[in-house]
Design a protein around this ligand. Structure first.
Ligand SMILES: [Zn+2]
Ligand SMILES: [Zn+2]
Length: 464
């Protein structure tokens, strides 16, 4: 594990941690956890390596293991700890201890230092990469650290709470002057927190080009965009930032967006990556994000991010649009925003990706001959005329997506945060909310072994 460390705490695991406060009824309680690892070789903004630890599993102690507990201490038998280490080593996960301070603060005591040093020695001797320790106080605050040597633990101050509600714990504050009007609505703390999110934008076409300036004006400091197309004449009706001259110059869309950000000079650092989200050169940067806006219209990219969200606990906000003229009198104009977080139905469950189409797109990019053959045999779906697109609808869809993320952070639309899927029908002037739970047999979102699993080989366990 290299460089700065941060933790991603997924909602079901955090619920487990919080339940210890109730279970203990005033006395201390402890539990075990396992964390997946995301080793980032080069962070897109700092250019340095760093490591994220993602919560993967929470398990209560066997009640028979509890020896004694009061409001100041908890002791338990360590047989379960040896089993935890075994599981961690088998699956290349990082073991963790959790305990409560029902009346104290979210800070480690001298007693904690002594007890954990012994357990850390055992864990390291057995070959674990480290031992994570988490303490939760009665007021709900959480602190975390990791023992990578038995002498001294390292504090982990950046904790990302990931679920339909989103929260970042961090330890550096820097006020952004131009956000005064936003602060008046969301408050100082929330505005600060929101600017700390590292945002990914998959696709710099119509929707992505509208998402980017919205994030910039919300005060986002670090963004990364994945896009490799060049500007064309037919993009100018909806591509923000694009100029007539860019078409003649065959400018990369990514360069157009970099220019927008640089000319505005609002403190955003935008990294652009010349690849489609899902290509191996994008993996490292995707892992470094706290949210990813999926603004691509390809099924293969969506299928990838759908699974990626699950493995890394990073929310993906997926935007889809469908526009067509039904007949002389009527239109079909839909915008869909789906939030891919634990507990929400994924794009496969929702029926929003066509796996067959995703396969065809992958084939088109990787094996032209096989794709041509498939096409000649007329097995290829929907590769007809370019679909219609109008800037007012693409912009509104972008706004819906960013607002959904904002309600996750601020709670402006209620304490439960982001909705699974919203579908706006412009032609009917209405909106429907789809709150379907994940399908029990979904290969993506109902398998506990994939949640917060982090790095595995092959990447996200996906064979193309
Ligand atoms: Zn303690
Ligand atoms: Zn699913």
């Amino acid at each position: 594990m290299k460089g700065a460390l941060d933790i991603v705490l997924l909602k079901p695991h955090e619920d487990g941690i919080r339940s210890l406060l109730t279970q203990g009824a005033g006395a201390e309680r402890s539990a075990y956890m396992l964390f997946g690892r995301a080793d980032i070789q080069m962070d897109p903004w700092s250019r340095a390596p760093r490591t994220r630890l993602i919560s993967h599993a929470f398990s209560n102690l066997d009640p028979a293991d509890l020896i004694s507990a009061s409001n100041r201490h908890v002791t338990w038998q360590t047989d379960g700890f040896m089993r935890l280490l075994g599981d961690a080593l088998t699956d290349n996960l990082v073991p963790a201890l959790v305990h409560t301070h029902p009346e104290g603060r979210a800070a480690f005591s001298e007693q904690d230092d002594q007890n954990e040093a012994i357990l850390a020695r055992t864990a390291l001797m057995k070959g674990a990469a480290g031992l994570i320790s988490i303490v939760i106080a009665g007021n709900g605050e959480v602190a975390a650290r990791i023992w990578m040597s038995e002498e001294k633990p390292v504090d982990i101050t950046r904790i990302f709470h990931s679920g339909p509600r989103l929260k970042l714990d961090y330890d550096d504050d820097a006020e952004i002057a131009f956000l005064d009007r936003q602060t008046r609505l969301f408050g100082e703390h929330t505005t600060q927190m929101l600017t700390k999110f590292r945002c990914g934008i998959a696709g710099g076409g119509a929707t992505g080009s509208a998402v980017l300036p919205l994030l910039m004006r919300l005060g986002i400091r670090e963004a990364v965009m994945f896009e490799k197309d060049r500007a064309e004449q037919s993009n100018l009706n909806r591509l923000y930032g694009a100029r007539q001259g860019d078409v003649a110059a065959k400018a990369l869309k990514a360069d157009i967006h970099a220019r927008t950000v640089s000319e505005a000079d609002l403190g955003m650092s935008l990294v652009t990556i010349d690849a489609w989200a899902g290509e191996p050169s994008t993996w490292d940067s995707l892992k470094a994000c706290d949210v990813i806006f999926c603004c691509t219209d390809d099924h293969a990219g969506r299928l990838f991010l759908n699974r990626f969200a699950r493995f890394y606990g990073i929310p993906v906000i997926d935007v889809g649009l469908a526009m067509q003229r039904r007949d002389d009198q009527s239109f079909d104009l839909f915008a869909r925003v789906s939030t891919l977080v634990v507990g929400h139905a994924c794009l496969l469950c929702g029926g929003f990706i066509d796996p067959r189409r995703a396969r065809e797109e992958t084939l088109r990019r990787t094996d032209t001959n096989a794709y041509q053959k498939l096409k000649e045999e007329a097995y290829v779906l929907g590769e007809g005329d370019p679909s219609p697109a109008v800037v007012t609808f693409t912009t509104e869809a972008a706004s819906m997506a960013v607002n959904e993320w904002l309600t996750g952070i601020t709670g402006f639309a209620g304490p439960s945060g982001m909705l699974p899927t919203r579908i706006r029908r412009f032609h009917a002037r209405d909106e429907r909310v789809l709150g379907l739970p994940p399908k029990p047999d979904c290969p993506c979102c109902e398998n506990p072994s994939t949640l917060g699993r982090g790095d595995v080989t092959p990447f996200i366990d996906m064979v193309s």
